[in-house]
Ligand binder design. Sequence first.
Ligand SMILES: C[S@@+](CC[C@H](N)C(=O)[O-])C[C@H]1O[C@@H](n2cnc3c(N)ncnc32)[C@H](O)[C@@H]1O
Length: 244
Amino acid sequence: MVKVAIHEFAPAAEIDDAQAMEQFQKQWRTYQKLVDSDALSHREVAAQLHAALRTVETSFSILDIACGDAGEIKHVLADTKVSHYHGIDLSEPALELAARNLEDCPFQVDLDHGDYVEMVERRPDPADIAWCGLSIHHLKTDRKRDLLTALRKTTDRFVMIYEPTLKEGETRDGYLERFGTVNRPAWTFLTDEEWRQISNHVTQCDLPETAETWLALGREAGFAKATEIFHDRTDFYSIYRYDV
Ligand SMILES: C[S@@+](CC[C@H](N)C(=O)[O-])C[C@H]1O[C@@H](n2cnc3c(N)ncnc32)[C@H](O)[C@@H]1O
């Protein structure tokens, strides 16, 4: 059995905090409910990423920014020419799950515990492809551009991201209102407490952009081509692809 090691880049205090761990487990269970019920279109997103990776005909390395528990990526990478998978996440418990999920994969696996912004900007580790599912939207617009610029310098083929997207002309407040109006009645599998967790997180942390801005950020970062390749059925998220 191949054991996957987690490289440490975060202060140990964060990891030992039992309360933080409990909080993580609660929030992760709720997030997992959204993934399992496909409320965030993870299945179609996995299919899109898999299709893109299948077109790469030579062996490749992939950086997974905010990899979480790597539960989906294992299947996405099956039947591709991946030779090296590098996941980064701030959450130690998520990485422990990722290590288990990726045990015995027939390619090299590195998992780094730390802040992806710092790691991508300060410790550039080149990869052929970079992927991020649902995390870059926590950054302010300028920081999104900085991160994409750093990725442009360290990625040899393409970057793909799946992120919340404002409708054209929609404000963040309008997005938050739409999020509640559409999703609260649709997500019947969440308890009131779980809904509050998600709703608080989205209200406090999410900084979605319009498709136009996501594409412009990629071009400003120096990518030759920026394309919206998928818009999810719920009208909240899109995949953007940036080619070097
Ligand atoms: C919504 S989950 C997405 C997980 C997975 N990529 C997916 O698509 O299902 C967001 C992940 O981003 C991680 N995260 C958030 N900010 C981060 C940061 N600055 N550095 C590293 N990981 C971060 C969280 O720990 C969490 O695992």
